[in-house]
Design a protein around this ligand. Structure first.
Ligand code: PMP
Length: 398
């Protein structure tokens, strides 16, 4: 009898499982709208020019790879702080932000979750209904009970904002609330600036702990525009967590570049928090990898490369928006009677299409068009070559 004989087969990851099915599909017209990855108009994963330029400079002057400090490359952490809080703004200037380099946005969330379990062991965690599925798994694995706050309104095709506020107002003090800073995954519906003010007021009044997940900064309205929500939390005098991901914004998925920032009351507190974050990291994977962090730091800290990055990110954002409009027009032209214009009121990489599970299964089986069973499609995987096919396929199933 083996030690593992009673080990059960874990369920397949729903999205990665879809990828495997896609890879095995022999349909020559197949389109993968399942994963949250940006592809260019040729259906290719971009390697950004700013990244190539930074890598070239690095390769021209190769350096040995020693261990990084536990909290990562100092210039990287400084760049993350600048991007999230604004380098010239009070939180950074006063030194009350504790930032660590993390293994992707997921790593930032995980470090934050493990640290929170130490400081707030009995707190409940609330994630949006629905949310990126890993939010639930990650906080559950960190030892928390995870519930949801109301978010998506399927009837209205938008945010059930009254429900969201009601959920927050009903939460016990100390509840950790995971909020999508922008480009909500999976629905594509964000709340407005005025609604953020109301969320912040509720969070403050109820003494909740905000954890902002910033996985798509720059994909909504712009880097600064998407980051503005952070300024609102700062202005409200709150202490909070922000996880950052550069996976999409630098198209560096496999480099696992992300971060975690914790806004504390003052510098002394931030120093203590940082020391604890370092223990979480040290006891999990000791210290982060070098390459991706070095590339991002080189780009963000060099004015020319940074300008190039902003331009390239802007192009990705604009292309996704154009695809949303083309999708709405294409569906109409393909004979879809219902009003699909809600797709252009969504933002970021995803669209909750409103299609049922049965319709999504038909799209997959009959047309090789892959989205998740929940009806989520990645608009960032549409291009001028596959969009007609996708529109016609959708028209056949609705
Ligand atoms: N949060 C959200 C909402 C996401 O969509 C993702 C990526 N799909 C992440 C976090 C994780 O990002 P990363 O791949 O950098 O770990």
């Amino acid at each position: 009898m083996s030690l593992f004989s009673a080990v059960e087969m874990a369920p397949r990851d729903p999205i990665l499982g879809l990828n495997e099915q896609f890879a095995a599909d022999t349909n020559p017209n197949k389109v993968n709208l399942g994963v949250g990855v940006y592809f260019d108009d040729n259906g290719k994963l971009p390697l950004l020019q700013c990244v190539q330029a930074a890598e070239k400079t690095m390769m021209d002057k190769p350096t040995a790879r020693g261990y990084l400090p536990i909290d990562g490359i100092a210039a990287y952490d400084a760049a993350v702080k600048g991007l999230v809080f604004g380098a010239d703004n009070e939180p950074v200037k006063s030194g009350r932000v504790a930032t660590v380099q993390a293994i992707g946005g997921t790593g930032g969330l995980k470090i934050g979750a493990d640290f929170l379990k130490k400081v707030s062991p009995t707190a409940q965690v609330l994630i949006s209904d629905p949310s990126w599925e890993n939010h639930r798994a990650l906080f559950t694995n960190a030892g928390f009970e995870v519930g949801t706050y109301a978010y998506y309104d399927a009837e209205k095709r938008g945010v059930n904002f009254d429900g969201m506020l009601a959920s927050l107002n009903a939460a016990a003090p100390g509840t950790i609330v995971v909020l999508h800073a922008c480009c909500h995954n999976p629905t594509g519906y964000d709340i407005t600036a005025a609604q953020w003010d109301q969320v912040i007021a509720a969070v403050k009044a109820k003494g909740l702990t905000p954890f902002l997940d910033m996985a798509y900064q720059g994909f909504g309205h712009g880097i600064a525009e998407d980051g503005a929500v952070i300024g609102k939390f700062v202005a409200a005098g709150l202490n909070f967590f922000v996880s950052t991901s550069f996976s999409k914004s630098f198209s560096l998925y496999g480099e696992r570049v992300g971060g975690l920032s914790v806004l504390c009351a003052d510098k002394a507190e931030a120093d203590r928090v940082l020391s604890q974050l370092k223990i979480v990291i040290r006891t999990n994977y000791s210290n982060p990898p070098t390459h991706g962090g070095a590339v991002v730091a080189a780009v963000l800290n060099n004015p020319e490369l940074r300008a190039l990055w902003e331009k390239e990110l802007g192009e990705m954002r604009v292309r996704i928006k154009a695809m949303r409009q083309t999708l709405v027009d294409g569906l109409k032209a393909a004979g879809v009677k219902q009003d699909m214009s809600f797709i252009t009121s969504q933002i970021g990489m995803f669209s909750y299409s409103g299609l049922s599970k049965d319709q999504m299964v038909r799209l997959r089986n009959e047309f090789g068009v892959y989205g998740t069973d929940t009806g989520r499609m990645c608009v960032a995987a549409l291009n001028s070559k596959n969009i007609d096919y996708v529109c016609k396929a959708i028209a056949q199933v609705v």
